[in-house]
Ligand binder design. Structure first.
Ligand SMILES: Cc1cc2nc3c(=O)[nH]c(=O)nc-3n(C[C@H](O)[C@H](O)[C@H](O)COP(=O)(O)OP(=O)(O)OC[C@H]3O[C@@H](n4cnc5c(N)ncnc54)[C@H](O)[C@@H]3O)c2cc1C
Length: 452
């Protein structure tokens, strides 16, 4: 299907490198914004190896973007909505409490927490990008690129010229190396293991039936000493993640029983624990996703930031009207996304540390506090019991999960974008650009042009 032209928008040619979540999200949203998108993938297919086994936790800032893209119904079919969290200790399996997402908070967030198999999410995004008109080329490894000439050279020797190159080629990709220069690599690499166990298998063991009982939240957290494990339900499956190493055999009774059901060696995901780059653009190249901001491997916001990146880039370029704006818009994208990514990095690192504390007084205090709350029948994460630094996840829910990419980009436009245009003496386009067809139609009729 051809990309729909959007009136008032200069259609550009974007080449996206990589069919990970970041690349697919950018492809969908850039097509929706009226641009031509070519996606290059070095592998032969979307799910070329077992790296697509495992699952993802999607937080409301992610599900709300997918809903805006018109994917709510399809997403509901492949995902399980999360009701809350159950907390246990890794070694003993002791249940420390449960927390249900509060109705008022969920209302405020405007979307759900949901769990999905990674392969299913990728397939959904890929099919959506195809429907929107993106062109995909598999077995097309990019060997070199010139960001200033916006030119890409494939390993085959073929060269492609475009307006903007989007580097979504992951933490070990060419574009990150190009940004870092010769000092590649910085930081320490860490890994998580992820595996899927069928519901049928789990229910054959009465001791594990609790995993499917209603009063338990649909996400299970086993907090350990310098390690932790997470379990969450996908349609017909339970997905198990461990961090640092594959340690569930050494966990408590319940975890060990689960570990025995693991059908094959778990997939290792090395999203890396390397640093967020301070520059995401050079010339006409912009890097997004793990190439720009690798988060700790168990962070849900690794996925979240990647989807947000694609949506933010497209929102920015939904206003492009002449070529000179390209550099400004790329630079604005960087200004908007780097602080968001840095904030998420700090929070997610705090969460990982909180769940995997070393044996210490602080860890004892954490456990005692949760026991006390459990015994009173109250929420283990009560803000009144925890300081912001101790327990960042549940305190800052609205800031993390209620973030709206469109608002962030529109704010930049209102503060700086229009100012730049006026300073240049160019025509300023007012109008509410939205991904939905309804509001798009509205912008066609209500768009107002001001000549400055
Ligand atoms: C099984 C699994 C489960 C996960 N679960 C979660 C989760 O629960 N929460 C979460 O936040 N994150 C999760 N992640 C990680 C998350 O999906 C990634 O952080 C996110 O998708 C962003 O990745 P990316 O698209 O930037 O990079 P990647 O996923 O690494 O994709 C990069 C793509 O670029 C391609 N490529 C690289 N070099 C070239 C080249 N030279 N030419 C052409 N193509 C190239 C690669 O083949 C690859 O397809 C999971 C990942 C996996 C594999």
């Amino acid at each position: 299907m051809a990309v729909k032209q959007r009136p008032g928008v200069l259609p550009l040619k974007f080449v996206v490198i990589g069919t990970g979540i970041a690349g697919l999200s950018a492809a969908i949203s850039l097509c929706k914004a009226g641009h031509r998108v070519i996606v290059l993938e070095k592998e032969a297919s979307l799910d070329h190896d077992d790296s697509t086994r495992g699952g993802c936790r999607m937080t409301p800032n992610i599900t709300s973007i997918l809903h805006k893209w018109g994917l709510q119904e399809k997403l509901d079919q492949i995902s399980v909505r999360s009701k809350g969290i159950s907390l246990m200790l890794f070694d003993s399996g002791e249940h420390l409490g449960k927390y249900r997402w509060q109705d008022e908070v969920m209302k405020e967030l405007g979307a759900d927490f949901a769990f999905v198999r990674y392969a299913d999410l990728k397939r959904l995004l890929y099919e959506t990008a195809l429907e929107q008109g993106a062109s995909f080329y598999f077995s097309a490894p990019v060997a070199d690129l010139d960001p200033y000439a916006a030119r890409i050279v494939l390993e085959s020797g073929q060269s492609i010229h475009c307006d903007v190159i989007v580097g979504a080629d992951g933490v070990d990709g060419l574009t990150r190396k190009l940004m870092i220069g010769s000092d590649f690599e910085i930081g320490r690499e860490t890994a998580k293991r992820t595996t899927i166990i069928s519901k049928e298998m789990i229910l054959t063991d009465p001791d594990l039936a609790y995993l499917y009982k209603h009063e338990y939240g649909s996400m299970l957290v086993w907090m350990g000493k310098e390690c932790f494990a997470l379990g969450f339900h996908a349609v017909g499956f339970l997905i198990l993640l461990t961090f640092q190493e594959y340690l569930i055999f050494s966990g408590g009774k319940g975890l060990q029983k689960l570990a025995r059901l693991v059908p094959s060696p778990p997939t290792c995901v090395t999203t890396g624990n390397r640093e967020t780059l301070e520059e995401w653009i050079t010339g006409r190249l912009v890097i997004i996703g793990n190439a720009a901001h690798p988060l700790p491997p168990t962070s849900p916001q690794s996925l979240g930031l990647s989807i947000e990146d694609g949506a933010a880039l497209a929102r920015q370029f939904s206003r492009v009207r002449y070529e000179k704006q390209i550099e400004d818009f790329l630079s604005a994208f960087e200004d908007i996304r780097i602080p968001r990514s840095a904030a998420m990095h700090a929070k997610e690192t705090g969460i990982v540390q909180y769940m995997s504390m070393q044996p210490s007084e602080e860890q004892e205090f954490r456990d005692q506090l949760m026991r006390a709350r459990r015994d009173c029948g109250t929420n283990p994460y009560s803000v009144s019991f925890m300081s912001r630094t101790n327990c960042p996840e549940w305190v800052d829910m609205v800031e993390i999960y209620g973030y709206c990419v469109d608002d962030a980009v529109d704010d930049w436009w209102a503060h700086w974008g229009m100012l730049n245009e006026r300073a240049r003496g160019t025509t300023v386009l007012l109008g509410n650009y939205s991904d939905s067809e309804a509001s798009f139609a509205r912008s066609e009729t209500h768009t107002e042009y001001l000549s400055m």
